[in-house]
Design a protein around this ligand. Structure first.
Ligand SMILES: [Zn+2]
Ligand SMILES: [Zn+2]
Length: 641
């Protein structure tokens, strides 16, 4: 039999028989690995270990030690859920049940479930784990599969779409349960160490608003009870810190129904924080030689056709007719900035040209995907665009990276960095891609940045460096980005005059230090648990008079603190209650004034970490506030001075 060649993660190649499976590849590498194999990843796709490989395939073997293992186990847990559900509710119709980053869900119909029903289903799941039922794959004639699901329109639809033409059809079976499925799965239900059903919600079939609403049950699974316990306690903490909850408690923002989905309103407290963030980004940008620009919220679709957004992005755009002409709200700021660049001629000596704008954009995300500030219809990007000569890429990206690291440091955020390189389909010649990728790599290497290489994951128009923030709970969120673009300068026919007096194309760089303000705000709310650093806090100091007699003195102290955001607590509560309230509002500093303080002309300072310092001179405190604010220190530190 003839042989095929597959490549392995370490870059080596292996010849295997033409009809080899993932498991055969594993045995070829070593019998121990063969025995431990649970599944495989072939060309980036998670597959069953009995699935075939093909010539030229990139093969990764998945064992119970692999990162992908949890995904396999959770998919099996989704089946266990479905099995338990069918035992308790035989009339329930199963739709679809994939694994997710945090667990799994299963969408079901024809059953009336609420949160109180989950305990009983979970108990049944527990029995299935204890019974340690082997999970087996079976291939059945298509006719038979269609018959099996003759009263389940969802599985019918999957057979007609995803599984169109598949014959025989792949099923997975465990005990009294079977499911139309491509796998992969663990070998037996006993391999799932711990399961937990988390909550219940609704979802449109296939995420499409025009379809009917299904019941979605979320759960998670781990290899061990202790892993599950750890996850559940982090989840509890995350719930406490949820930006939607804190956003309401601290009166930062709202997303009311009446204004439309995903269209956030920032309240005075939230806007104070946004303004500080914006001023900080502006300072960094101006220091780095950027010029602020401003563009409107909508443009003629002619511009979106020129930029390519109309062809590739129109489904996500808000379009409107004005006097029989079509306009579109901007989904991105770049075409506006490219047009500004195009309004005059440039010499090579004037490059790089750097523009920035806090630009509001509008993208029509599926309504089911919207969530708090993390997925919205309108958001603002701290958007910068650079136009430079190809040989300036490295110097410019270096500067952008410095600014990004300064931002991360200021907020105490960690980030994960990835370099995404040329995909199969791309615009621009070999030379420019090689030049650009090698400059990006040398920036990362010269700055000693630990990064993941993601070959082929770049945009079609250029390679990019992406940052993902890691918050206090270890969750990752899309953050800053630096993207090179060879396409837009081409589409807009941007030029500069070179030293040779000829026209040349500049390279465009898209970059954002925060990403979107909305996403970044969300990360900050949860990262700080609402305890913003002094420079961001909407209310920086609250003055608590011990009794109403000191209200006059309290206001005089407030005036002495000048421009800081200071409030006087004038509700006639006990001091204890005033302190609790300020603590709950997460105000960095409280000033307590009683008769003694008034007489001596001093104050007592208390911080939100419950530390106190008496007999303080107001001027001393004000000087401290100035330096804490200027240096953007994360925690109030007057008391420890
Ligand atoms: Zn499945
Ligand atoms: Zn852009």
């Amino acid at each position: 039999m003839s042989e095929i060649v597959v490549s392995l993660p370490d870059g080596s190649e292996l010849s295997v028989a033409e009809d080899a499976t993932v498991a055969d590849v594993a045995y070829e590498i070593g019998p121990g690995l063969g025995r431990d194999t649970v599944a495989g990843v072939v060309d980036g796709e998670l597959v069953d270990k009995a699935d075939p490989v093909h010539d030229g395939a990139e093969v990764v073997i998945v064992t119970d030690q692999s990162d992908e293992y949890l995904r396999v186990l959770r998919h099996s847990a989704a089946h266990v859920f479905a099995q338990a559900l069918q035992r308790l509710y035989p009339e329930a119709k199963l739709a679809i049940g994939p694994p997710t980053d945090e667990g799994f869900y299963y969408d079901v119909a024809n059953v009336d479930l609420d949160a109180d029903d989950l305990d009983a289903i979970e108990a049944e799941m527990q029995e299935i784990l204890e019974d340690d039922l082997p999970i087996k794959r079976e291939h059945r004639p298509r006719e038979q599969a269609l018959e099996t699901y003759d009263d389940n329109e969802y599985k019918q639809e999957i057979l007609e779409n995803e599984a169109a033409g598949e014959d025989p059809v792949s099923f997975y079976v465990q005990g009294d349960f079977e499911d139309l499925c491509q796998g992969p799965h663990v070998e037996s239900t006993g391999d799932i160490g711990a399961v937990k059903l988390l909550n219940i919600s609704s979802a449109y079939w296939r995420g499409d608003e025009d379809n009917e609403t299904l019941t979605r049950v979320y759960g998670t699974a781990f290899e061990s009870e202790s892993d599950l316990e750890e996850y559940l306690s982090l989840r509890e903490e995350a719930k406490e810190r949820d930006h939607r909850k804190l956003g309401q408690e601290l009166d930062l923002f709202s997303i009311p129904d009446v204004t439309g989905p995903g269209l956030p309103l920032y309240h005075p407290n939230g806007k104070k924080i946004l303004d500080e963030l914006s001023a900080y980004a502006r300072d960094l940008n101006v220091d780095a030689g950027y010029d602020p620009v401003e563009t409107p919220h909508l443009f003629r679709t002619e511009l979106w056709k020129k930029s390519g957004h109309y062809d590739n992005y129109v489904d996500d755009m808000f379009l409107l007719d004005v006097n029989d002409e079509e306009y579109g709200l901007k989904p991105m700021n770049c075409p506006g900035h490219a047009t500004i660049f195009d309004q005059k001629s440039w010499s090579y000596r004037e490059l790089p040209v750097r523009y920035f704008e806090d630009g509001k954009v509008y993208r029509k995300e599926q309504r089911g995907e919207l969530s708090g500030l993390s997925r919205v219809w309108s958001f603002t990007i701290d958007d910068g665009h650079l136009f430079c000569r190809p040989e300036q890429i490295e110097q410019e990206v270096n500067q952008v990276m410095d600014a990004i690291y300064e931002v991360l440091d200021t907020f105490g955020l960690d980030a994960h960095v990835a370099l995404a390189t040329r995909p199969e389909k791309s615009v621009g010649g070999d030379e420019i891609w090689e030049q650009a990728e090698s400059q990006l790599r040398s920036v990362l290497e010269n700055q000693n940045i630990d990064y993941d290489l993601e070959p082929g994951d770049g945009a079609f128009y250029g390679p990019k460096i992406d940052f993902a923030f890691e918050d206090a709970l270890g969750r990752k969120w899309d953050g800053p980005t630096v993207q090179l673009d060879f396409n837009m300068p081409e589409r807009f026919e941007l030029t500069y005059t070179g030293e040779d007096n000829e026209d040349h194309r500049p390279v465009m760089i898209h970059r954002a230090l925060y990403g979107s303000y909305e996403r970044f705000f969300m990360v900050l709310i949860e990262h700080f648990d609402g305890k913003f650093p002094l420079w961001l806090a909407p209310e920086q100091v609250r003055i608590l008079p011990i009794s109403d007699d000191q209200l006059g003195y309290a206001h005089r102290v407030k005036n002495q603190l000048g421009d800081f955001r200071v409030d006087v607590e004038d509700r006639s509560w006990t001091l204890g209650r005033k302190i609790r309230e300020a603590q709950e509002d997460r105000v960095p500093y409280m000033i307590i004034v009683g008769g003694d303080e008034e007489e001596a002309g001093t104050i007592s300072v208390r911080d939100r970490k419950e530390r106190e310092r008496g007999d303080v001179d107001v001027e001393t405190f004000r000087t401290h506030l100035e330096s804490e604010y200027e240096e953007k220190r994360i925690e109030p530190d007057f008391i420890e001075e």
